[in-house]
Design a protein around this ligand. Structure first.
Ligand code: ADP
Ligand code: MG
Length: 448
């Protein structure tokens, strides 16, 4: 374990480390307001004044945080963020505004991009060549190639990276263009704040005066009806003025639970999918990232890791972070043995076996001592219904297919039934360790 020290001490060390690497203003505005609420060697809880601070921290210092703070088994940071309650405004002695009105926007107007998410740092392979060239096309000729550009794909495959890449490129090559990059959560929060501060008109005006709008993770707009409408209006207003919009999402437009109007708008331009990188690309990514971190990684070891972590680039990075922390701590070079020992629990089992609903049904039926026809049927006895939900959960987890199709393979269920089952099991796993292990076991059987 890397951090057995007191969390306040760990945090202080992290701050000292960062303080030398950022401007004083940046430090004061972004880092100093973060408070450690509690922590152990397994997790640390940080209080941040708002989600932008959280995003800023993760966007800019994720790698460094990984070396200082506790990590989860998958190599991700074990940080819990708590958004501070907004302070009640003192109404008595409010000082008169001294700054020009522009400066007082309560929503954020500065462009914040992760410095490392550039096109140069984005490694190309067959799975992402198309989407990368689409992104570069848009960055070269904003509003004159595809509009909107819609990028979708699974978690950790480089959507945000490409989005910021477009941002960097436009910032450098089209200096006059007003550009903003937001997460969908950020947009919603801006809107909530503006409503509270009665500055919605200003916010609308601000967004609608942009030349390029980059929107990350549009899936968070699902089931946020009021916000969806406002977003859609902003979207239309920009597109009508021929302003460039780029959107990322974890699903294709048609699979998002959004209004038909919104989906149709997003399909107007180019929809590009970003897939899981093949082995060679994963190796190239690993080597590129290792070089950036100053780690020496032999080809053999790169292949060894890339063969075992295969569907998420972020996890590949997590693996490197772990290795680099280990080597720094132990002051040693990397050997296959060290890699095996440090990363064992991150390794996935069989690489890329094609999993079908049928194979899930068979395994689940065998484990719960039922028949496949029970799982496909409509009987609602407790045991059968539960096993069915487990199978549905696993289908959504393990198979990259539309919910509608998956649900249909369960004897013609609806996608909302499947989604409901998935949610229920996902929530229970969080609370129930036994169930978690049971499902891990089932999963391993399916993948075997
Ligand atoms: P997503 O937004 O799709 O969940 P991110 O863009 O956050 O994924 O990518 C996760 C991590 O993987 C980032 O650190 C990113 O730099 C890295 N990454 C993903 N794809 C590539 C690639 N093709 N080349 C280099 N780094 C990549
Ligand atoms: Mg992302």
């Amino acid at each position: 374990m890397l951090t057995t020290r007191n969390p306040h001490e760990t945090w202080k060390q992290f701050l000292e480390f960062v303080e030398e690497r950022c401007s004083a203003a940046e430090f004061e505005n972004w880092l100093a307001p973060i408070k450690v609420i509690e922590g152990s060697s397994e997790e640390i809880a940080l209080e941040v004044p708002n989600i932008f601070v959280r995003e800023y921290l993760l966007d800019n210092y994720k790698k460094d945080l990984c070396s200082f703070l506790p990590l989860k088994e998958n190599g991700e940071l074990a940080i819990r963020f708590i958004i501070a309650e907004p302070k009640k405004k003192e109404t008595v002695v409010a000082p008169p505004p001294t700054e020009p009105e522009e400066q007082q926007y309560l929503f954020h107007t500065d462009l914040r991009l992760n410095q490392t998410y550039t096109f140069e740092n984005f490694i190309e392979g067959p799975s992402n060549q198309f989407v990368k060239s689409a992104a570069m096309g848009v960055a070269n000729r904003p509003s004159r190639s595809y509009n909107p550009l819609f990028i979708h794909g699974g978690v950790g495959l480089g959507k945000t990276h490409l989005l910021h890449g477009i941002g960097h490129f436009i910032k450098h090559h089209h200096k006059k263009l007003r550009i903003q990059c937001i997460t969908t959560e950020g947009f919603i929060n801006d809107l909530v704040d503006s409503l509270r501060n009665k500055s919605v008109d200003r916010m609308k005006k601000y967004y609608r005066a942009l030349d390029v709008l980059l929107v990350d993770d549009i899936q968070f707009l699902q089931s946020r009806l009021n916000f969806e409408e406002e977003f859609c209006n902003t979207f239309e207003s920009l597109i009508n003025q021929n302003k460039q919009i780029i959107i990322t999402s974890d699903k294709a437009p048609g699979q998002l639970k959004l209004s038909e109007r919104m989906i149709a708008r997003m399909e107007w331009g180019l929809v590009a999918h970003i897939g899981v990188p093949d082995l060679e690309t994963r190796v190239a990514i690993l080597q590129h990232k290792a070089e950036q971190r100053g780690i020496r990684l032999s080809n053999k070891i790169a292949f060894y890791i890339a063969e075992r972590i295969f569907n998420n680039v972020r996890q590949l990075e997590g693996a490197l972070n772990r290795l680099s922390a280990y080597c720094r701590l132990m002051n040693s070079d990397l050997s296959e043995e060290i890699v095996e020992k440090t990363l064992a629990e991150m390794f996935q089992h069989k690489p890329q076996k094609k999993i079908s609903v049928e194979s899930i049904l068979k395994t689940v039926a065998a484990i719960y001592d039922l028949r496949v026809s029970d799982l496909k049927g409509t009987t609602r006895t407790k045991e059968i219904a539960f096993a069915r939900q487990v199978a549905m959960y696993l289908a959504k987890e393990l198979i990259n297919e539309s919910l509608v199709k998956l649900a249909a393979s369960f004897g013609g269920k609806t996608h909302s039934t499947l989604l409901h089952a998935w949610k229920k099991i996902a929530e229970q796993i969080e609370k129930d360790d036994m169930l978690k292990r049971q499902i891990q076991l089932t999963r391993r059987n399916i993948e075997a």
